[in-house]
Write a protein that binds this ligand. Structure first.
Ligand SMILES: O=C(CO)[C@H](O)[C@H](O)COP(=O)(O)O
Length: 219
């Protein structure tokens, strides 16, 4: 019987098969990605370096001897690898459980291919059971919370968390996200929102799911 962490590790190591050699690799954030960074270190001589989505991942990449490059110095790169809190059959995701959603969305936007690595507990038919993270400018947090409540959610400020960008996170409970692309745009349109954790306009291209039966691949 594999643990959840074993399944995360399986998905993460499978992602190595999708990394073109002699290129820059985009790296997400979280416990699944930490396994991927460990895997990436095993081929570090064969890649040019990484673009990182958080201070946490930057620290781990550097500790393992993988150079971290400035995204502004790069026009595009082949592959971005990241985890998710939920993923649906359309490969839309909720992300941001680790509060890194904004930088994750930026790095994903520059990548040609988004590879999502998850364990099987993250697969859901409809997004929204996991509270939706929304990064907000601190002075707007009460206003944004009221606006989120108007669209049917219950926004709760994540206590004691400041993002890498100096902002706050509202976690929105009780949403059943039937139309992720529309809701992503609607929430991003609220003044004071930096971005929200629905990744649907830019869905994953490849999903690697670590399961009891091995790693499942969806394209
Ligand atoms: O979006 C994220 C961080 O902002 C992570 O990808 C997400 O929270 C999944 O984390 P884990 O791999 O630890 O389950």
């Amino acid at each position: 019987m594999l643990t959840q962490d074993d399944m995360k590790r399986k998905a993460a190591w499978t992602a190595l098969d999708y990394i073109p050699r002699h290129t820059i690799v985009g790296v997400g954030t979280g416990s699944t990605v930490n396994h991927f960074i460990d895997a990436l270190a095993s081929i570090k001589e064969d890649i040019e370096g990484a673009v990182s989505s958080s201070e946490q991942s930057t620290e781990r990449l550097k500790a393992l001897g993988i150079p971290v490059l400035d995204l502004n110095s790069i026009d595009s790169f082949a592959v971005y690898v990241d985890g998710a809190d939920e993923i649906n059959p359309d490969r839309h995701m909720i992300k941001g459980g680790g509060a890194a959603l904004t930088r994750e969305k930026i790095v994903a936007a520059v990548a040609e291919t988004f590879i999502c690595i998850v364990d099987e507990s993250k697969e859901v038919p409809v997004l929204g059971h996991f509270p939706l993270p929304v990064e907000v400018i601190p002075m707007a947090s009460s206003y944004v919370a009221r606006e989120l409540n108007k669209i049917g959610g219950r926004a709760v400020l994540r206590q004691g968390v400041v993002t890498d960008n100096g902002n706050q996170i509202l976690d929105v409970h009780d949403l059943e996200i039937q139309h992720p692309i529309q809701l992503e745009a609607q929430i991003n349109n609220i003044v004071g929102v930096v971005t929200n954790g629905i990744f649907a306009a830019r869905a994953a291209d490849i999903v690697l799911v670590g399961s009891q039966q091995g790693t499942k691949v969806y394209k």
